[in-house]
Design a protein around this ligand. Structure first.
Ligand code: GLU
Length: 430
């Protein structure tokens, strides 16, 4: 073994399966993954399902399939519900050694237990050095003798986390800032069981545009990775965007593959301040990744259009659609809104809108009639437009072909529609 592997970095992501894969969880998983890969370390995934009431198998499945879809693979996998015995041994040992005790409780409600296991708080000041936030200090007195197990057989969250991090040799804990207040409790337990203290890095929260924490309750399904998967975002684009939530490489570069992220990532460049989740930016990042996969995406566009219109699809139309989308689901939006219908069916054209600005309908018709014989000669049409005015010639042409005030340029339209159909549409309005 080399010296490096003796001192291997070990990180873990520890999601609780109490909901679908949240973008905050995915982002923290990514940062753990990047940190591990960058340093030749090990990445553990640990399902924290000690809360039996709130943990559900379907949420675990959703988390695991979401991470797989994103391509965030892990080296080892654990489930806390399968490790109770280990925690129980620690609780018993702590009770024996006096760092925890069974406490008789006065049940406040019916059914409440009359005994719990409490940690014997030494009531001291805890100082730790967070990789992102610098020195953090807490006076633990106010935490009191907090509960670490419902009974010696039913350990709770803080104890399980500390025991697992010890048993799994976790060297670095990278997790959301919402866990910062848990850290002093966990450090106290570590000290009691003589566990080494991992290095902490608390990642900034993901916020909405009003700087409020993103939550399912408040923001709905936009917090789920699944939502983006269903809308046809590319997994590599999501990862790329997640990486930018709280981190940047210190250059202008914004588009990264996972491989490039591993090279560029630097935990010391993660910001302290909250990261604003901006769907517009995400869509832009996705578009950049569509461009990197142009051929594959164009094939998808072609197939979707074929299914919808049951016609051969002109490659130029595929290009037009590619230009207009940022996410795969935009293709359906375009086809369903009828915005592409004029490519397949002769549109109704409102001849009152045929003329450009100050010119007349008669002038527009005259220009169109003069285009008819030179329809295949784009240079000749362009020359005519130079002579008589760009708008005066090209607007009526585009409008006659599409019936729409917004459409691709007339040359693109002629190419897609073909000579005959273009001629027919011009004749229809003149
Ligand atoms: N299980 C905790 C959660 O899902 C994370 C614990 C940790 O990362 O230390 O919020």
């Amino acid at each position: 073994m080399t010296e490096k592997s003796n001192h291997k970095i070990v990180v873990r992501m520890a999601p609780s399966p109490t909901g679908n894969l949240h973008i905050g969880t995915a982002r923290a998983t990514l940062f753990n993954y990047l940190f591990a890969k960058k340093n030749g370390g090990k990445f553990i995934l640990r399902i924290e399902d000690t809360d039996k009431e709130r943990s559900k198998k379907e949420f675990e499945d959703n988390i695991l399939s979401g991470l797989e879809w994103l391509g965030l693979t892990f080296d080892e996998f654990f489930r806390q519900s399968e490790r109770t015995e280990i925690y129980v041994n620690y609780v018993k040992k702590m009770i024996e050694e006096g760092s925890a005790y069974i406490s008789k409780e006065e049940p406040k409600e019916e059914g409440q237990r009359s005994e719990v296991v409490r940690f014997k708080n030494p009531n001291k000041k805890i100082v730790f050095n967070d990789l992102i936030r610098g020195e953090v200090s807490f006076d633990t007195t106010e935490l009191g003798d907090f509960v670490i197990a419902k009974s010696p057989e039913e350990p709770l969250y803080h104890l399980a986390v500390v025991v697992d991090d010890l048993e799994m040799g976790v060297t670095h804990v990278l997790r959301g800032e919402d866990h910062i207040s848990n850290t002093p409790r966990q450090i106290l337990i570590q000290e009691a069981i003589e566990a080494p203290r991992p290095v902490y890095a608390h990642l900034p929260l993901i916020l909405d545009s009003e700087r409020k924490k993103l939550s399912k309750r408040k923001h709905g399904e936009v917090v789920w990775v699944d939502t983006y998967k269903k809308e046809g975002y590319l997994p590599e684009a999501l990862l790329n965007y997640f990486a930018l939530l709280g981190w940047n490489p210190g250059t202008d570069e914004e588009i990264f593959s996972l491989e490039k992220l591993v090279k560029a990532f630097d935990i010391s460049k993660v910001h302290k301040g909250g990261a604003i989740f901006d769907v517009k930016k995400l869509r832009w990042v996705n578009k950049e990744h569509l461009k990197l996969n142009k051929e594959k995406i164009e094939e998808e566009i072609k197939n979707k259009l074929k299914d919808k219109f049951r016609r051969d699809i002109h490659p130029k139309l595929v290009e037009v659609v590619f230009e207009r989308i940022e996410v795969i689901s935009d293709i359906d939006k375009l086809t369903d809104s009828g915005e592409l219908d004029y490519f397949f069916n002769t549109p109704e054209v409102d001849t009152l809108k045929l003329a450009w600005k100050n010119s007349t309908t008669d002038e527009a018709k005259r220009n169109l009639n003069d285009i008819l014989p030179i329809l295949d000669n784009f240079d000749a049409i362009k020359k005519l437009a130079e002579e008589r005015g760009q708008g005066d010639v090209l607007w009526p042409l585009r409008f006659a072909l599409s019936g729409r005030e917004r459409s691709p340029d007339p040359f693109t339209l002629i190419e897609i529609l073909g000579h005959e159909e273009s001629q027919r549409r011009i004749k229809n309005v003149t």
